[in-house]
Design a protein. Sequence first.
Length: 342
Amino acid sequence: MPRFLLPILVSLLLACALPARAQFSSAPRLQPEQLAIVINDAEPNSVQIGEYYRKRRGIPAANVVHVHIPGKPREISESRFQALKEEIDGQLKPEVQAVLMVWTAPYKVSCNAITGAYTLGFDPDQCTRTCAPGRPSPYFNATTPRPYTDLHMRLSMLLPTESVEQAKALIDRGTGAGFKIVPATAYFLQTSEKARNSRAGFFPPPGRIAARQLATKTMQADVLEDAKDIVIYETGMAEVDKLDTLGFVPGALADHLTSLGGDLLGNSQMSSLRWLEAGATASYGTVSEPCNHWQKFPNPTVLLKHYVQGNSAIEAYWKSVAWPTQGLFIGEPLAAPYGRRR
């Protein structure tokens, strides 16, 4: 059996065996003092949004790193990235477990996503054949709440800055998640675009987790329309329609399996930014052609399992991707709708 199938099968068995009225004790999760914010001083939006986020989340001032990246390049070279990473890492305390980069671009380092390259290290081999298997993540389906301490990898995410108003609304959705559990549904769509259904075999079964007021629905459809209680929405489409009809609860995660969702400012396929604009709190997409390896995208069962156990958005998303080199994680990292407040 391939080594990546074993944790997935274990997760599926746990999900299927979980009683509808199971009692939960929320798992330890990333805290504000363990998160660093990286602000691009060359971009006024980054400065304004970064300070807003720091205050809303109570991030220690010592955890704020300032860099200078002029021109908003979508892609940077490996050498420029390595210098940037060294600049960031050199200012971080060992207690910092994750990093939030407050900008939309750059989001790509050659064929690597900037978040994949930052957390796992730049992988030049992936760029010789982007459809090849990716570098395995030791954090896939992990249980540790301290990825840097235990695995020597700092999680990373982008907080997009194209609109100050939209970024503040996104931050407010994230900080508003978890004060109380609200009725919600996780939707998983198997679509007519067969090549983009490679993770459909890992969709959780339809059901309900009473302790979380959470329902899971698996559908054969190209579009979800008029749903107002979304906490997770995963599908496989190059373009996702009817987003303007949907309602997302605070802390919602949403993504689509396609080649270039992580090309945030491109126009060949739907950008993952559209999910955040529609009301989701975090999303994911690849920045270069990954082919349809399910390991390069969020695994639905693993994502759901860790999120309902109380992990934050950045933790649940990172734990759900087995080969994340080409994957870009975006949104508000500390959102935890099922997390226990300290």
